[in-house]
Structures are given as structure tokens and as C-alpha cells.
Design a protein around this ligand. Structure first.
Ligand code: FAD
Length: 422
């Protein structure tokens, strides 16, 4: 599509969500322009898990092979207790791929971002960097954005994919981020540095411990090793500083404790989310990705949901255009209403479940033992808690599968002989 003149859609933010949406809209024949504040498009150099509800969309985009060549297909996802390293439960990711039809993959963020960027270029998306959007406004037949440098740009549709601290969200919703008090450290290092720590190179391993958890997996065809260490930080002063990281995992099992010195210490991420909201669409301005639904990262669905958002929005734009006279543009309002109707509820479920997983993983004492007993009793091939997430992305509310409700901890006996606090 030509990008001269006014585009059909302006996408603010060139992260995974913004580029995913831009590509999705462009492949439906729409004229799309991306406005990114940074001087260059890019991503943090750490890992990303992408579940079958995302790889299904990448396959439809014709991008799965490219992503697969850059990533890793782990064999299992194994959950262990961080104190004694005993296995609690696992997903057999080969069987999971058979069930959902698409793989569970891990990929370096910048590799996935690069694939989306190249796909946008090929699809003729007008990609602009160094453009910081300061304000948004609905106009008669669309919406406009005001750039910090004073310029304005207008389109029939404006997609705000400007991330967790979204300026669009501040203006249109006005809520604040919610601080879980958890802090994450990350590392992606050459795998040689982690060999000898008792790592499982072919698996995604999640260690759950009192007030902390730790995730490990290999990246980039197995050359790199990714780790995420999350813990409940102490007081507000210098919250989650590196000495707290060391203390939080001091009593953990060997593969965890030995992994801690590899963590990047010059940067940490406060684990913030927001209360779910039902209104993401304000006139012709739509929130997407973390701007609409930043989760706590415990279901590994943040970037996945952002990619799903773009796919759903583009499908609805295309459907409404298909019923319009030849050459007419989509019925933007109908497409936006359909997008909001299905995505807000799905993402609300993921956000609230992610919070619940965080609590479950961080349990201590008697409740930890009850959790362990429940997880050990789970059948590896019971998919009731992943079907509602990893199945095909719904386009309408009646396609959304029922949500899995976890068993209350109080109903389980505590069988685990372990104990203690790291
Ligand atoms: P962002 O990536 O934040 O992109 C926003 C973009 O907008 C940026 O490029 C920014 O520069 C730009 N921007 C901001 N303001 C403006 C402005 N005013 N004007 C112009 N441009 C602007 N998700 C998964 O699916 N799987 C995982 O395994 C996973 N692991 C995670 C682990 C950790 C520790 C964390 C912190 C997150 C993890 N996530 C994971 C979540 C995932 O990273 C995010 O949900 C996802 O990257 C959000 O993408 P986005 O494009 O919506 O926002």
C-alpha cells in the first residue's frame, strides 16, 4: 500500500505490540504509519516466551519459520520448588504442540522485534522514529496526535501502543499503575557461563519459592541462557536493590543460587500492572498492548496479548471493509467496537490470573506445602488450565472459552515434607 498522504491508521509506539498491529493492518491493505519516540526501533536484549496462541498468529502471518529459526523449542516446562528443587508439575511441550497445533517457543526479544520490523517494511508500513506523541484528540472523521516537537498527524484510526506508562492511557483513562512490590532482575548470557549450575538446557524451568520465583531457559538456538529472578522487595527505600536480590535467593536450591551471580545488576524492573478496564476505545483512538492491559508477567502473555490485539483489530477492520462498497474504507467504529468487545474480557482474565499465580508461587509455610501437594497431583496431560489461554484467539465474546478456576488451597492436604524459608 502507498504511504503518501494521510494514512488510514497511525500506530503510536514501535514495540512488539505496535509493530504487530501495524503489520496486521498493513497486510489487510491499509495504509499504516508508526510513530516511535526512540531514535531507533529496538527491544531489551532478554528472552520472551511465546505460547501457541501467539505462534498460531505468527504462522498465519507467514513469520513463524523465521522466528523458529532464531528461537528455541523447549521440550518441557517444569515447575520446581525453589527450596528443595523437587518437581511439582510439568507441561510436555511436544504434546502441548499437538494439542494446540502450534509450538510453545522462546525467542530473544530483539529477534522477534526484528522479524516484525522487517515484515512491516516489506508490507510498506511507514516507519518513523524520533517522533514522541504528546497528546491525542478525536476529530470529525478520525483522530489526531500532537507530537512533542509541535507537529500534528491525523488518520481515520489511531492505535496507542505506547506501553505501560502510556500517555494515551493517562489522558483517556487517567488511572495509575499498581505496584505489586515485586522486582525482577534479568540476564541473557552465553550458555557456557551457566553450564555447571545444574541447568536443564532443553526445558523452561520455573522455580517457585517463598516470596520469590526464578525462570530459566536457553535462547538463540541454545547459545544463550535467559534467567528472570523475581522477589518481593522490602521497604520503599531503594526498593529491590542488588543486596536484596542476593538475600531473597540465599536459601534457594543450587541451580537457583548459582544462577543469581549471572543476573544483570545495573537494571531492574518493578513489577507493575494496572486494574483491568472495559473501555479501550475512545472515539477513533484505541489502546493496545501494555497501554491497554499491562500484566504482571507470570503467565508470560504480555507480548502475546499485544500480538493477539493487533490480529483481532485487523480482522475486524477487514471484515467490515469486506461488506463495504468496493474501494471503501472499513467501518472503523464497528471494527473498534468488535475489538473492544472481545479483547477487554480476555485480557482481564489474564491480568487477574497472573496476579493469582504470583501469589500462589510465592507462598510460604503451610500454604506452600498445600500448593505443592495440589501441583504434584496434577496430571501432566490435564490441559484445563491452559485451554482458555493457548487455544485460538477469539474474535467475538461467544468464541471465548470458559475460564479455568483454580482449586482452593484450603481443600488440599499438605503432604510435602520440606520446609523452611530462603
Ligand atoms: P512496549 O514494549 O513498552 O512498547 C511501547 C513502545 O512505545 C516503546 O517502543 C516506546 O518507546 C514507545 N513509546 C512510548 N511512549 C511513546 C510516545 N509518547 N510517543 C511515541 N512512542 C512512544 N510477555 C510475553 O508475552 N512473554 C514473556 O515471556 C514475557 N516476559 C516478560 C518478562 C519481564 C521481566 C517483563 C518485564 C515483561 C515480560 N513480558 C512477557 C511482557 C512484555 O514484555 C510486554 O507485555 C510487551 O513487551 C508489551 O509490548 P508493547 O508494545 O505493548 O509495549
Amino acid at each position: 500500500p502507498s504511504t503518501a498522504g494521510r494514512p488510514d491508521a497511525l500506530v503510536v509506539g514501535g514495540g512488539i505490540g505496535g509493530l504487530g498491529a501495524a503489520f496486521a493492518l498493513a497486510r489487510k491493505g491499509l495504509r499504516v504509519r508508526v510513530l516511535e519516540q526512540a531514535g531507533e526501533f529496538g527491544e531489551v536484549g532478554a528472552g520472551l516466551q511465546i505460547a501457541p496462541n501467539c505462534t498460531r498468529i505468527l504462522a498465519e502471518y507467514g513469520l513463524l519459520e523465521e522466528v523458529e529459526a532464531l528461537g528455541v523449542l523447549p521440550e518441557n516446562m517444569v515447575m520446581r520448588d525453589a527450596l528443595d528443587s523437587r518437581e511439582l508439575t510439568r507441561l510436555d511441550l511436544r504434546d502441548l504442540e499437538r494439542r494446540y497445533g502450534f509450538p510453545y517457543m522462546v525467542v530473544h526479544r530483539s529477534d522477534l522485534h526484528g522479524v516484525l520490523l522487517r515484515a512491516c517494511r516489506r508490507a510498506g508500513v511507514d516507519l518513523r522514529t524520533g517522533r514522541r506523541v504528546a497528546d491525542y484528540e478525536n476529530t470529525g472523521g478520525g483522530a489526531l496526535v500532537r507530537l512533542e516537537d509541535g507537529g500534528t498527524q491525523e488518520a481515520a484510526l489511531v492505535v496507542a501502543a505506547d506501553g505501560l506508562h502510556s500517555a494515551a492511557r493517562r489522558k483517556l483513562v487517567g488511572d495509575a499503575v499498581v505496584d505489586s512490590g515485586h522486582v525482577a532482575y534479568r540476564a541473557a548470557v552465553p550458555i557456557e557461563l551457566a553450564r555447571g549450575n545444574g541447568i536443564a538446557e532443553k526445558d523452561v524451568t520455573l522455580y517457585v519459592g517463598p516470596r520469590c520465583h526464578f525462570v530459566q531457559y536457553a535462547l538463540r538456538g541454545g547459545e544463550m541462557f535467559n534467567q528472570v529472578a523475581v522477589f518481593e522487595a522490602a521497604g520503599p527505600e531503594n526498593r529491590g536493590a542488588p543486596d536484596e536480590l542476593d538475600a531473597a535467593f540465599a536459601g534457594a536450591c543450587d541451580p537457583v543460587r548459582k544462577g543469581i551471580p549471572l543476573m544483570w545488576r545495573d537494571r531492574r524492573w518493578r513489577m507493575l500492572d494496572r486494574e483491568p478496564v472495559d473501555t479501550w476505545v475512545h472515539g477513533r483512538i484505541a489502546l493496545l498492548g501494555d497501554a491497554a492491559h499491562p500484566p504482571l508477567q507470570y503467565m508470560a502473555q504480555g507480548a502475546v496479548m499485544a500480538i493477539e490485539d493487533g490480529w483481532v483489530l485487523a480482522e475486524h477492520c477487514a471484515r467490515s471493509a469486506a461488506t463495504a462498497p468496493a474501494g471503501a474504507r472499513p467501518d472503523w467504529d464497528a471494527a473498534l467496537a468488535a475489538y473492544q468487545a472481545v479483547r477487554t474480557e480476555h485480557c482481564r482474565r489474564v491480568l487477574t490470573t497472573a496476579r493469582a499465580w504470583g501469589e500462589l508461587w510465592h507462598l510460604d509455610g503451610e500454604r506452600r506445602l498445600r500448593r505443592n501437594a495440589i501441583l504434584r497431583a496434577r496430571d501432566t496431560y490435564d490441559y484445563s488450565f491452559t485451554d482458555w489461554v493457548y487455544g485460538p484467539t477469539a474474535l467475538a465474546p461467544d468464541e471465548e472459552p470458559p475460564m479455568f478456576t483454580p482449586i482452593p488451597l484450603s481443600s488440599a492436604p499438605a503432604e510435602d515434607p520440606g520446609g523452611g524459608t530462603p
